[in-house]
Design a binder for this molecule. Structure first.
Ligand SMILES: [Zn+2]
Length: 300
């Protein structure tokens, strides 16, 4: 750079000296110098248009490349995708009103359509207490299920528990905590058997504990009885789901209870049965329940 500058300076100096020798006026020298500068500057001009052309060409390229996108025919959903969307919507509509009562979705609503089980079931089926009640539809669905089991030769069920009022359920929880203050500290790591009233399905009138003559209490060996196996296989047909499955205790927060069945209606029970999910996971797969739904609908 320095060499070039020095070289140009020498050349310019040499040229000036020769012009002076030739007797040309200073003004002419200035004019020549200006002309030279203009020509030198002019050399840069070609780079201008080339830049412009590169810009315009890039604009052209981008506009060309964007054209096919806008005019491209975007393929619509395939028929199988449309069918999947339709099925999802159907499942969503069926499940959106299913009550979820658990540790994260406390329920404060009491059922207003309780009926006595003895009135619905008569004397054909064994009920542990004559005061047992269930919500109307749940009671009749239970009768339909027990009738079907009878037709399959199973007549030894015992209804061990049904609706429990809030006060009773809460006393179970409080008594449990009195014995062990850490009980229920982390139900997802250490699932519980007793829950507070707000998390209890028995307070909704939609759940039953159904055992049998050979295993009349809620113990783990019940799951191996023919009665428990029949329920596990068939309960969904009558609108019931096994509410606390063995592989979902980390989601439900409740221990595996092969005797606890929850009424959700036949369509939803079928959907849940086919999904293989517990109620929480199934509802979540549909984006349910909507945020704070329980707060709005069940707050005291
Ligand atoms: Zn139960």
């Amino acid at each position: 750079m320095r060499r070039t500058t020095r070289y140009q300076y020498r050349r310019r100096k040499k040229r000036s000296q020769s012009l002076l020798k030739a007797g040309i006026p200073v003004l002419a020298v200035v004019l020549i110098v200006v002309t030279v500068l203009v020509i030198k500057g002019g050399k840069k001009i070609p780079s201008g248009p080339s830049d412009v052309s590169s810009i315009s060409s890039s604009v052209t390229v981008s506009s060309i490349s964007s054209e096919p996108v806008s005019s491209e025919i975007v393929p619509g959903p395939t028929s199988s995708e449309l069918e999947e969307q339709r099925l999802f919507q159907e499942r969503y509509d069926r499940a959106k009103n299913v009550l979820l009562a658990n540790f994260t979705h406390p329920n404060y609503k009491d059922p207003d359509d309780l009926v006595y089980l003895k009135d619905v079931l008569g004397k054909k089926y064994k009920i542990n207490a004559s005061y047992f009640q269930l919500s109307h539809d749940t009671a009749y669905a239970l009768k339909e299920m027990l009738d079907a089991a009878s037709e399959d030769g199973i007549t030894t069920y015992i209804i061990n528990s049904a609706y429990r009022d809030r006060k009773q359920q809460q006393s179970f929880w409080d008594n449990r905590l009195a014995k062990d203050p850490t009980y229920g500290d982390d139900v997802y790591a250490n699932p519980v058997k007793t829950v507070p009233a707000t998390a209890s399905e028995h307070c909704t009138g939609l759940a039953i504990d159904i055992l049998c003559e050979s295993v009349p209490h809620g113990t783990s060996d019940y799951k191996d009885t023919k009665e428990a196996k029949w329920l596990a296989e068939n309960a969904w047909k009558y609108g019931f789901i096994l509410r606390y499955p063995e592989d979902s205790t980390h989601i439900t927060g409740v221990m595996f209870e092969p005797w606890h069945y929850r009424y959700v209606g036949k369509d939803v029970a079928k959907d849940i049965h086919e999904s293989g999910l517990c109620l929480e996971a199934y509802l979540e797969s549909l984006g349910l329940p909507p945020e704070a739904a329980n707060d709005e609908t069940t707050a005291p």
